[in-house]
Design a protein around this ligand. Sequence first.
Ligand code: FES
Length: 110
Amino acid sequence: MVTFLTPPMQDKLVVETSPGFSLLELMDRYDLPKRCVCGEGKCGACAVKIVPMRRKPKWISIGRLERIQFIRDGKLSKAESEQLMFKDIPPRWRLACQYIVSDEPIMVVF
Ligand code: FES
């Protein structure tokens, strides 16, 4: 389920989703206003805020290769790398053309 919220709309729009579509395709389907230039993740014009609607964050683990890469890139501290599980919280800003909708309930603010 995806909830869209944007000032030009009179009310929020809540839609059931079919996983596998991009957010931009979903916005097209419901004829929502959007800023889109390239459709390929290059221009940044389609950036939207994603707010998870789940009450409790899902816990995930990341693999050894990801840990090594993130430590090497400074994205994960040594202490963090020793955690077995992490809260799976999506970054606040996402590109609508690159965000693939799942069965995860979210609110999209733009
Ligand atoms: S439309 Fe250009 S980054 Fe999404």
